[in-house]
Design a protein. Structure first.
Length: 418
């Protein structure tokens, strides 16, 4: 079972990550990983911290001569900012009393984390709950993407809306997120050229102005994100148990990202407002098994079980719509898998709007201020894409098994030769 663990504090020496059960023989492209890390650091509205850091992956184990060995992969991402925090973050020096924080920020992990662990300094909670940890997750997702590229599986992500500027979903749904194909070259170009990772060039300046205003007010913004994956074979995940379902796993991966407050697959919330005839994606087949697919003709398999048809997009089953977001019954159905999620506004505000209390004295206070992002939705879109990549990789390996790339390729090819 593919799994990973992360460790590290926001202003500690760095982040350590271990990926277990990753197959051998996968050629690792460091530049691809570092580019994803760079994208996670970028985006209009980020705080000063990103000017200090230049995240780079340093492999500690599991990769040799550019190829994965099958042993646990471990890697380090350095926090350059640690040099500025040594006095407060050293493993053994006493923590200066005056640096301790007792006023939890509403919306952050501070309150429940301090009470749960019985801590007298909120920094012990905020250092680990910080989204600095998402650098590890992005690197994990990039490594999963590198592996999945061997099977023609591709990922993309975008920002749909910041603080209400842009596309809407839910009751205000205008059909954009499910009809938006992030693999369309012109949409892709728009996302790449946007500092907001938005596919709407006409909204770029309006959205930046919104962020500028929010910043001037000492406030913060959230937004909507979408991520998609194409080329996923039919049948990843399962309908047989609740915790084997692909949509459930993706939801957990994405919902566990700091500040993500909703996860929708395909039409999501909008499904509640549609009739069955409007919601479900009719099934079609390009071609006829008897005259177009000789392999299967020989095998005589029933067409409904015929995975071979999906391999060749010119002869496979297909849908004209994708409101299911590529998942039915907890399994991939061969269409683009699309996930849309809401990110709440950053909880650390630059002006003391929010009331809180001193946890030691119960005195009313204003929430403490710490250097922070105004808007991190573009960065979070890369994290969502990475979380999706991990879930797809997890189920891909579950379905096709094997310890090395060559063995997995044989299993994959075998699936298409029923
Ligand atoms: C990429 C990214 C950057 C973030 N940057 C900040 C930040 O600078 N300041 C902050 O207070 N929260 C930031 N957050 C959000 C908090 O980490 C998050 O709200 C907090 O951990 C509480 O978790 P919850 O919102 O999931 O309940 C960021 C989240 C992401 C995904």
């Amino acid at each position: 079972m593919l799994r990973f663990l992360t460790a590290g504090e926001s202003h500690g020496k760095g982040l350590v990550t271990i990926i277990d059960n990753f197959p051998a023989g996968v050629k690792i492209d460091e530049d691809f990983i570092n580019e994803k890390l760079r994208l996670r650091q970028s985006g209009y509205g980020r705080g000063a911290r990103q000017k200090i850091e230049t995240d780079k992956i340093e492999f500690l184990s599991g990769v040799r001569g550019g190829l994965t060995t099958g042993s646990p992969i471990s890697f380090f991402i350095k926090n350059k900012d640690y040099e500025n925090w040594r006095d407060r973050m050293d493993a053994f020096k006493p923590v200066p009393e005056e640096s301790k924080i007792h006023t939890p920020r509403p919306g952050h992990a501070d309150f429940a984390g301090s009470i749960k662990f019985g801590l007298d300094d909120i920094r012990n909670v905020l250092e680990r709950s910080s989204a600095r940890e998402t650098a590890s997750r992005v690197a994990v997702g990039a490594i999963c993407q590198i592996f999945l590229k061997n099977f023609g599986i591709e990922f993309s992500s975008a920002v749909l809306n910041i603080g209400g500027v842009g596309a809407k979903i839910g009751s205000e749904f205008n059909s954009e997120p499910i009809n938006l194909n992030l693999f369309n070259p012109s949409i892709r170009k728009n996302i790449e050229n946007s500092e907001l990772r938005m596919p709407y060039p006409e909204l770029e300046e309006k959205t930046k102005a919104y962020i500028d205003n929010i910043k001037a007010e000492g406030d913060t913004a959230g937004g909507l994100i979408t991520a998609q994956v194409k080329g996923v074979p039919v049948g990843l995940g399962s309908f047989t148990q609740w915790d084997e379902k692909l949509d459930a796993h993706i939801s957990m991966s994405v919902m566990s990202i700091q500040a993500i407050k909703s996860v929708e697959i395909g039409a999501g919330v909008k499904s509640a407002y549609l009739k069955g005839s409007e919601c479900h994606d009719s099934i079609y087949c390009r071609g006829n098994r008897d005259n177009e697919n000789t392999d299967n003709k020989e095998q005589g398999n029933p067409i409904s079980n015929d995975a071979a048809l999906f391999k060749d997009s010119n002869s496979g089953f297909f849908r004209k719509t994708d409101k299911a977001g590529g998942i039915e019954g907890g399994m991939s159905n061969g269409e683009i898998i699309s996930v849309t999620c809401a990110m709440k506004p950053i909880p650390t505000l630059m002006k003391p709007y929010l009331d809180t209390v001193d946890l030691n004295t119960c005195e009313p206070k204003k929430a403490f201020l710490e250097r922070s992002d105004v808007c991190a939705v573009p960065a979070a879109s890369i994290v969502v894409e990475s979380a999706l990549a991990f879930s797809i990789c997890y189920f891909f390996l579950k379905k096709f098994g094997g310890d090395g790339l060559a063995e997995i390729k044989r299993n994959y090819d075998g699936y298409f030769k029923k």
